[in-house]
Design a protein around this ligand. Structure first.
Ligand SMILES: *Cc1c(COP(=O)(O)O)cnc(C)c1O
Length: 343
């Protein structure tokens, strides 16, 4: 099977497992795990942030960013196709008692005018606008990179409105590779940044919330509340550290795979892809002009021929490149998909 369902399906390599088994550990609930402490400092430093908090998942990291920067009854502004809105099981309403205000976007970006129109005036009928969350790269837009200047201008505008800003950077690594911009440049725009070590970097578990000391110390308390306090967790922090030190720069290979994958499929006319522009490590294919079969049926057919993809919204399937799939496998997979869609 060629597994292109997600960049989370990767398995730890022998070198990563060695780093894990050599990890020096302590009780992280007491703040005494040296491997965790070092990773938190290292990644915070990369993004120019004061502090970091190691957490089990990207969802927890986003939810902690919301919890530690809002009060119940606040409004959090997100783009309508965002992960926070679609895939976090209504976490903001359950855990933080906030209301999400979804704004229509363009490939995952929000225009300054749209943001300005969404800001609430000080009126007791309305929820206070508190936090803006952006996503880069954008999951539902097939790994689209948020254009940096647009992001910068939007964050500046948000600050002028008195909003706090959060970046869901589960795949910020891919944005960095695609643009060549440093993590510090991204970090500067936001009050908090969430990053994932298990997406594309090949670590088995772990995400991190980055921000200033006060915010991260509030998040630390809520991590306990959310059940995310972990003990000798240096074992997995060591895998994350290995991933950060060794697996970021190689990611351009995954982008190259996505490009070739798309080129092979582009031999079919009338096929629409996301992202609209250059791919990072994903390719979302709109199959509607090519087949009358449902997404589930076509995914089953791909599977019968040895390729695993996932559905991605109406009429669309998604392929994700990662470090456990070779260029040869990617070419084979693209050929199989092309031949099935050609029929
Ligand atoms: C995967 C992902 C997350 C986190 O999801 P987990 O399953 O909790 O790791 C958050 N945001 C985006 C954009 C993602 O793609």
């Amino acid at each position: 099977m060629i597994d292109l369902r997600s960049d989370t399906v990767t398995k730890p390599t022998p070198a990563m497992i060695k780093a894990m088994s050599n990890a020096v550990v302590g009780d992280d609930v007491f703040g005494e795990d040296p491997t965790v402490n070092k990773l938190q400092e290292e990644v915070a430093g990369m993004f120019g942030k004061e502090a970091g908090l190691f957490v089990p998942s990207g969802v927890m990291s986003n939810q902690l960013a919301i919890k530690s920067q809002t009060q119940p009854g606040d409004e959090v502004i997100v783009e309508a196709e965002s992960h926070i809105f679609h895939y976090e099981s209504a976490g903001p309403s359950i855990l933080s008692s906030v209301q999400l205000h979804t704004l229509p976007g363009n490939n995952g970006t929000i225009s300054e005018e749209t943001l300005a129109g969404a800001i609430r005036p000080p009126d007791y009928h309305m929820p206070p606008s508190r936090l803006l969350c952006l996503e880069n790269t954008h999951n539902r837009y097939g790994g689209a990179v948020y254009p940096f200047e647009e992001m910068k201008n939007l964050c500046t505008r948000a600050r002028k409105f008195g909003l706090l800003t959060h970046l869901d950077g589960a795949r910020i690594w891919n944005a960095h590779i695609a643009t060549g911009l440093s993590f510090k440049e991204y970090g500067e725009l936001f009050d908090t940044v969430s990053v994932c070590f298990s997406k594309g970097l090949g670590a088995p578990v772990g995400s991190m919330l980055l921000g200033d000391r006060d915010t991260i110390s509030r998040a630390h308390r809520y991590r306990k509340v959310f059940g995310g306090g972990m003990r000798q967790v240096g074992i997995i922090a060591a895998a994350a550290a290995y991933a950060v030190r060794n697996n970021i720069e190689r990611m351009h290979e995954d982008h190259e795979k996505a490009k070739i994958f798309r080129e092979i499929l582009s031999e079919l006319v009338d096929l629409d892809f996301l992202p609209a522009q250059l791919p990072t490590n994903m390719c979302i294919i709109d199959i509607r002009k090519k087949t009358s079969k449902s997404v589930d049926e076509i995914i089953q057919e791909f599977k019968d021929h040895g390729v695993l993809l996932t559905p991605s919204g109406q009429g669309k399937v998604r392929a994700v490149m990662h470090l456990d799939v070779s260029m040869e496998e990617v070419k084979t997979a693209a050929g199989i998909i092309r031949n099935i869609l050609k029929q």
